[in-house]
Design a protein around this ligand. Structure first.
Ligand code: ADP
Length: 466
């Protein structure tokens, strides 16, 4: 500022000196007054340059995309105007950097909200959509591009949602059908509002379809288990009371005790199958480090099936007609990798099912064959009643039975195929069921090439039986 005054004085003195030289003392006074004008003009010119640059910077700033580089550098003018321009430019640069950092942070936060597995919608104080992520768009069937600043109440027209939106207490949330919900594929949403800021609201939506299905399955499972245990228990208690209160003949007593033993065995089998299922769910996946003799495994399952057939066939009647792999085929079966007890349980279940569900005299065929891709197929076919197509999608569910009384009469628990499905999945294999009502069924398990190998001569192998 001192320099500015000095320069001004120099201009006036120069004018005064020129006036003195030309016209004496009056000329000096007039020269000093006139000398200030060039300085003023020069100063205005510098100020105008700085102002023009500021205007350009302002225009460029309003048109600039957020995050674009700063505009032209400040004009190089001497004196206070130059310093003011320089300082303004520095302030502008700092402001721009802060804006860039804030913008990057906002993008990070939006990207995090976008990555959320739940739907996130930001509503303004009037309930209009300010922003929503992709999941929310799918949940409510909205389009962020088209529906931003639209009222959410106009887009989601469920009465329960309208009531919830208007309610003063958003805490309990509301359950709604998702936009993609249909009777074949229901979608259930848990929707909650959370107030924030100045009357704004955060709308969170969570797909709870699977959670609800799992909960329903758990309830059904508990009800089924209770029912399965209650039936034999009721029979047992009834027989015990009869034995306690009635004077029975010896043969009657023996018959009742036999029936009681059957009910006890039924409960035992049920508990055993439940334990097997819970072990399957809780244990680590079987690896490739344990190889067992596939031929021996198949032979064992066949022998157990034949024993069951004999036990189920009343004396004097012809049992089932078995078609089993020859010893040479069993020898060539090679090895399969997996948990011995699990594989035995699954394959034996399939053979036992064929025996139990095929009337005496029916045909049952068991085979182990190599597949073209290097894998192997274990397959059990029977000439039993077959399974109608509508039952096939649910046949491996726990306690699902086509013929409830036949299943019980032959000692079934309704858990056999659920165990088979679990074991097959755990071994990365595929279960195929082919059935024609009235003609029979074929259950096959395809093992992948990585789980099957030719028997190494003299290699130590795990026995197939558990
Ligand atoms: P279960 O103990 O009743 O046999 P599973 O889970 O093993 O239970 O089988 C479920 C249902 O599938 C059976 O009740 C039966 O209706 C049907 N099923 C299974 N295997 C056969 C088969 N080989 N032939 C006909 N139906 C079968």
């Amino acid at each position: 500022m001192v320099l500015r005054l000095l320069v001004f004085l120099v201009f006036q003195l120069a004018g005064a000196a020129a006036g003195w030289w030309l016209a004496g003392p009056w000329g000096a006074a007039a020269g000093a007054a006139l000398g200030a004008w060039p300085w003023l003009a020069w100063d205005c010119w510098r100020g105008a340059r700085v102002l023009a640059w500021l205007r350009r910077a302002q225009d460029a700033g309003s048109e600039q995309e957020p995050g674009s580089p700063p505009g032209a550098p400040p004009p190089r003018v001497p004196g206070v105007w130059g310093e003011a321009a320089e300082r303004t430019a520095r302030l502008l640069r700092q402001g721009r950097q802060r804006e860039l950092a804030g913008n990057a942070r906002l993008q990070d936060i939006l990207a995090a909200l976008q990555a959320s597995p739940n739907g996130v919608t930001l509503l303004d104080a009037q309930g209009r959509i300010e922003w929503c992520n992709q999941v929310a768009q799918e949940h409510f069937g909205i389009d962020a591009g088209r529906d931003t600043l639209q009222s959410i109440g106009n887009l989601v027209r469920e009465p329960a949602f309208a009531a919830y939106l208007a309610s003063p207490d958003p805490a309990p949330g509301v359950l709604l059908p998702g936009r993609a919900s249909s009777s074949a594929r229901p979608v259930r949403l848990d929707v909650r509002l959370h107030p924030y800021g100045d009357g704004r609201r955060l709308l969170l939506s969570r797909d709870i379809t699977q959670l609800e299905q799992a909960e329903a399955m758990r309830r059904d499972f508990v009800a089924n288990v209770s029912h399965e245990i209650r039936t034999p228990l009721t029979v047992l208690v009834g027989f015990v009371e009869t034995l306690q209160n009635l004077p029975l003949a010896e043969d009657e007593r023996t018959r009742y005790l036999g029936l009681m033993a059957r009910q006890g065995e039924r409960m035992q089998r049920l508990v055993q199958d439940l334990l097997t299922l819970s072990r399957l769910e809780g244990s680590p996946l079987p690896g490739l480090h344990e190889w067992l003799d596939a031929g021996r495994l198949v032979r064992q399952c066949c022998e157990e099936g034949q024993a069951l057939s004999a036990a189920l066939t009343p004396g004097g009647q012809a049992g089932h007609v078995f078609s089993l792999p020859t010893p040479a085929q069993l020898q060539a079966a090679g090895e399969v990798a997996g948990a011995p007890a699990e594989l035995h349980s699954a394959l034996a279940n399939l053979v036992n099912n064929a025996v139990r569900h095929t009337p005496a005299g029916g045909r049952i065929s068991v085979s182990w064959q190599p597949l073209p891709d290097g894998g192997a197929r274990f397959s059990v076919s029977d000439s039993g009643p077959g399974i109608a197509p509508e039952h096939l999608p649910r046949i491996t569910e726990r306690f699902y039975r086509v013929d409830r009384s036949r299943s019980r009469d032959t000692g079934g628990t309704g858990l056999g195929l659920a165990i088979v499905r679990h074991v097959v999945q755990r071994h990365g294999a595929q279960l195929h069921i082919c059935s024609t009502p009235g003609q029979g069924s074929t259950f096959s398990v395809d093992f992948a090439a990585g789980r099957v190998r030719a028997a190494a001569p003299g290699a130590a192998r795990t026995p197939a039986a558990p």
